[in-house]
Design a protein around this ligand. Structure first.
Ligand code: ADP
Ligand code: MG
Length: 496
């Protein structure tokens, strides 16, 4: 196979179907508990197992969460929607059909805002509909069984338009959808436990070509990084296939089918050729009335929406001067964002604070497999550490040692305080050298050796001063008080 592909002649087209399990107390059509990880086949009623005569009753909480999502993405919430039967035969559904919404979904349109590089993009949504989840097969060495605890768990399936064009865009869109579901508390969004499942559809076409080519659906990637890799791999695979057979009918080169991502092989692997809608024999669910929502009900829900991740991201960039990447990383995780918000109560140096919360501490906690909010380190501790740096009580370099100590104390058995103030107090060597007599000779030497920088500073280039401060800090191995260094430098230069 050729290795050099002409990617620039091709345009990838990507659309996502995201299944979010809604975190309601009970299931979509029965009072059985909706709870993950319990003993198999405990959380079931006759509705979940499709006993003859058992009638579904729609869960209002699931409807409410679906409406919240719709409003959060600026969609139209249908005042009339309807459930349909989708027939299929597989042991994960004893009823032999799924109840879903086909012709009249509850959510129509809307879009998800994402910052891609330095561009703002709106990725349109086609629809979102309610449906029930299937049970789970469990395979053993020589037999298989079924656990129906998941059967009937409410799902919101969110279907994007085929509107994305890079693997990165697909991953960013998926992260943004997850963040929205998380902020409105509609789903646990746990990809490992399967409460957020993403299928991605990929095709490529020649640039400028009208219409789409056949798509490949890739199932069930369990992380955003796998999603991105799978899409990138699939794009390359399709382009190579078309370029290898330029004279064949494209319909025959890539046939509509379902693949899965094999993370170990780093490849997409064929599962089956695609079914089409008429195989499912959709028809209106006779045991449920159409779902009618009043405009008042919808408006009442609109009023309860929290600040959404994209709004928060914009606020962090415009009001707190965070970088776009920093802002996105913070808001993408509701717990981290809440932690940051709390730390902001005690600290106004937002940018430095963000860096300690999303870079410095996570790096130190990696080995422990914990996130910051899961540790006893409080937002106020980090706020206080950042305040000490920014007011010149300790240097940035010493702050790193203090942070190391905080993490070490956290896991040590002796319960020493985690407050950075207490750590610095207990370690006088952490305090910077403020003694002018010690620092002055170094300042004088630096001024003498960097005449050009001194001249630049006098000429009004402030950056030159930062360079000189840096030189002094370097020679004192970061232990001099930056404040005192600054003062002495100014005095020394003035004397010239
Ligand atoms: P199907 O009828 O096969 O289920 P849909 O039209 O419902 O297909 O689309 C399913 C998903 O696939 C949507 O997210 C949509 O954006 C995406 N999609 C549709 N056509 C293409 C295509 N040619 N290339 C990439 N994605 C596509
Ligand atoms: Mg479809």
């Amino acid at each position: 196979m050729k290795t050099a592909h002409h990617h620039h002649n091709w345009e990838p087209v990507i659309g996502l179907e995201i299944h979010a399990e809604l975190n309601t107390r009970s299931k979509l059509f029965s009072s059985a508990p909706n709870h993950f990880g319990d003993e198999p086949n405990r959380n079931i009623t006759e509705v979940c197992t499709g006993m003859p005569g058992a009638l579904p009753v729609l869960n209002k909480e699931a409807v409410r969460k679906a409406v919240q999502f719709g409003l959060a993405v600026g969609a139209r919430v249908a005042t009339f929607s309807q459930f349909d039967r989708k027939s299929y035969f597989y042991p994960d559904s004893p009823r032999n059909f799924q109840i879903t919404q086909y012709a009249h979904p509850i959510i129509l349109g809307g879009s998800v805002m994402v910052v891609v590089g330095d561009e703002e993009k709106a990725f349109p949504i086609n629809r979102a509909h309610l449906e029930d989840d299937a049970g789970m097969l469990k395979h053993f060495s020589d037999f298989a069984t079924v656990d129906y605890n998941r059967a009937g768990v409410p799902l919101l399936e969110i279907v994007s338009e085929p509107c994305m064009h890079t693997a990165k865009e697909a991953a960013l869109y998926a992260m943004a959808v997850k963040a929205i579901l998380d902020y409105i508390d509609a789903s646990d969004c746990n990809m490992q436990e399967g409460s957020l499942r993403i299928d991605v559809n990929v095709s490529v076409r020649k640039k400028g070509e009208a219409g789409f080519r056949n798509k490949i659906e890739i199932k069930n990637m369990n992380s955003f990084s796998n999603l991105e890799k799978a899409v990138a791999h699939e794009i390359t695979r399709q382009i190579s296939a078309y370029e290898q057979y330029p004279d064949k009918d494209p319909q025959d080169v890539i046939q509509q089918s379902t693949y899965r991502w094999d993370p170990d092989k780093g490849q997409t692997v064929l599962m089956r050729r695609k079914e089409y809608a008429d195989d499912y024999r959709y028809f209106p669910e006779p045991d449920l009335l159409p779902l009618i929502l009043t405009p008042e009900y919808i408006e009442e829900i609109r009023k309860t929406l929290p600040e959404l991740p994209y709004e928060r991201e914009k606020r962090y960039i415009s009001k707190l001067q965070l970088g776009p990447q920093q802002a996105f990383t913070l808001v993408s995780d509701k717990q981290i964002a809440a932690y940051f918000e709390e730390a902001l109560q005690d600290c106004t140096y937002a940018k430095t604070l963000a860096n300690w919360i999303i870079v410095e501490f996570p790096g130190r906690l990696k080995e422990l497999g914990k996130t910051l909010p899961e540790t006893p380190i409080q937002p106020s501790h980090i706020a206080s550490l950042v305040n000490m740096i920014e007011t010149g009580i300790i240097s940035g370099k010493i702050a790193k040692s203090v942070a190391d100590d905080m993490v070490a104390r956290m896991t040590a058995p002796n319960n020493l305080p985690l407050d950075p103030g207490a750590i610095v107090e207990a370690n006088p060597e952490y305090l910077p050298i403020t003694n002018r007599e010690t620092i002055l000779p170094i300042v004088e030497a630096v001024v003498a050796a960097n005449a050009q920088s001194v001249a630049d500073f006098i000429a009004g280039r402030d950056r030159a001063l930062a360079f000189l401060v840096g030189q002094v800090m370097k020679q004192t191995k970061g232990s001099a008080s930056p404040q005192v260094v600054n003062e002495l430098l100014m005095e020394c230069i003035k004397k010239k």
